[in-house]
Design a binder for this molecule. Structure first.
Ligand code: GDG
Length: 474
């Protein structure tokens, strides 16, 4: 399925965390990357997940293992580096600001030094593992300056970058102390990929206004003596893998159990990391409004909300936990009956094999982030449906997925009443309309699946011109 063969350049993937490509529980992205890595005998490099208290700052042991034809190389981090790079800069500055939440950003001056140190460490440890004709694909906000650090060490290979989260409008980006350094570092890449056209237009707006970049061709910008290509590559699902999971015994078992438990009631489902970007309290308020305003929903609709624990060491995540517990408790307290609870809230991770059964048993999928790069749950929900009697997706217009999934019921998650009205519409939508919307959504999801995403990004990167010699970096 990789559509690449061993005659092609070797692919090197770099991401904060890596997954063993032999373990299918890893999910769609790992499966897709494993696929292309396997077909070129590639290398996957990232943090080991281990904290080494003995290591000095900016240092860490490298571990290399072989997983089939793929080489996995990981590096340990010392506590101070981990805290300032991962908890501090990546998740305390970039994650909130890129999700438009300046109010939640913690611009501690020490974080950026740690972020730079870890990117330098990655570059230093990766350099000796590289071959001259490799092509390198760096993932996500943890590693924005990696190419610049590699170039500073003499790396001339083609390097591409994909941002999995949104890129905010220029003036939000400009609120980050050191934003010019960050965006200048992007110009060390040959290709930069975003999830959506909106993100791409924010990039174009920023580099034009702040870096006086010239657009030299449709998707090419010139600044800092370099030309880079930037484009939108909306990430997709491994549709085949997810369909197989839907029909596997565990998925079917989950489906049967949910159906028999809720035979008289309609299920609504939400599956999210417990993250303030996912709009969970807003969703709960919309559901409460639904129960209040549409009495027919009482005793007949149940919302199953899975909120998997995430980044519990970052302070802002504790507030959202408390808010969710209080909201779910008050909805159940106010609207529950002896034989019916409106909300089933689980603050834990559910096995991946069970998710498709849960989606399929649900009449409505609620995917209502305040901002999201793409949101794969929206696509998983659609793929898991029975095409003969499909459920309806209620999707935030602020998820990257909304650019592609026009046949979902698009909502503004800040608008409690409007979202409640859309949920009511979804609950009562006639079969024919449900089928029609589902069919259209499936076409898009199939056309732009995760293999399309990988192949189109890599094809663009292979074509991108490397012109790096003699460019001073950082
Ligand atoms: C980032 C961007 C972009 C969730 N809870 C459980 C669980 N999940 C799985 C879902 C889905 C994945 O995690 C979440 O993917 P999303 O796309 O919704 O969101 P992020 O984690 O924020 O991912 C996002 C993505 O990168 C890819 O580029 O779409 O915009 O923020 O697959 O099913 N899986 C299991 N148990 C859970 O409780 N097993």
């Amino acid at each position: 399925m990789g559509h690449r063969d061993l005659g092609q350049p070797r692919l090197v993937v770099v991401s904060n965390r890596i997954a063993d490509p032999r373990k299918t529980a890893a999910g769609g992205l790992a499966v897709a990357l494993a696929d292309v890595l396997n077909s070129t005998g590639g290398l996957w490099f990232g943090w080991s997940g281990k904290i080494d208290d003995e290591a000095p700052q900016g240092e860490g042991k490298v571990h290399v293992t072989q997983a089939g034809s793929v080489k996995l190389a990981t590096v340990d981090l010392c506590r101070a580096d981990h805290d300032s790079y991962y908890l501090g800069y990546a998740n305390g500055v970039l994650w909130p600001v890129f999700h438009y939440r300046l109010d939640l950003a913690d611009f501690d001056a020490g974080y950026i030094a740690g972020y730079r140190r870890v990117n330098q460490l990655f570059a230093k440890k990766l350099m000796p593992l590289l071959r001259p004709d490799d092509i390198i694909w760096v993932h996500d906000y943890h590693l924005i300056p990696l190419a610049a650090e590699l170039r500073a060490l003499g790396c001339t290979q083609r390097i591409g970058f994909f941002l999995h989260i949104p890129l905010p409008p220029p003036l939000i980006l400009a609120a980050i102390p050191g934003h010019d350094w960050l965006i200048r570092a992007l110009f060390a890449y040959d290709l930069v990929g975003f999830q959506s056209q909106a993100d791409l237009s924010h990039f174009a707006g920023y580099v034009t206004a702040e870096a006086h970049a010239q657009q030299v061709e449709e998707h090419r910008w010139r600044a800092f003596g370099r030309t880079l290509e930037a484009n939108a590559f909306p990430i997709g699902l491994d549709v085949e893998e997810f369909t197989t999971l839907t029909h596997a015994p565990e998925g079917r078992d989950m489906y049967e159990r949910m159906r028999s438990e809720y035979s008289r009631r309609k299920l609504l489902v939400g599956v999210d990391r417990l993250d303030y970007s996912k709009g969970l309290p807003q969703r709960m308020r919309a559901f409460r409004h639904l129960l209040d305003k549409y009495p027919e929903a009482r005793n007949s609709a149940t919302l199953v909300q899975i909120a998997s624990p995430s980044r519990e060491d970052v302070e802002a995540y504790n507030d959202i936990l408390k808010e969710m517990e209080s909201l779910c408790g008050s909805i159940n307290g106010n609207f529950g009956e002896l034989d019916w609870m409106p909300v089933r809230y689980l603050h834990r991770t559910v096995a991946r094999a069970r998710l498709p059964g849960l989606y399929r048993a649900s009449r409505v999928g609620l995917v209502t982030p305040l901002r999201d790069g793409m949101n794969l749950v929206a696509k998983e929900f659609v793929v898991a449906q029975n095409p003969e009697d499909p459920g309806v997706l209620v999707l935030s217009r602020f998820a990257g997925a909304a650019e592609q999934m026009r046949e979902a019921l698009l909502v503004n998650p800040y608008d409690t009443e409007g979202t409640a009205a859309a949920i009511q519409l979804a609950l009562s939508m006639p079969l024919e309309e449900r089928r029609e919307r589902h069919e259209h959504l499936m076409k898009t999801i199939r056309r732009q699946d995760v293999h399309w995403w990988c192949q189109s990004f890599l094809a663009a990167l292979e074509k991108a011109q490397a012109e790096v010699k003699g460019t001073p970096w950082l």
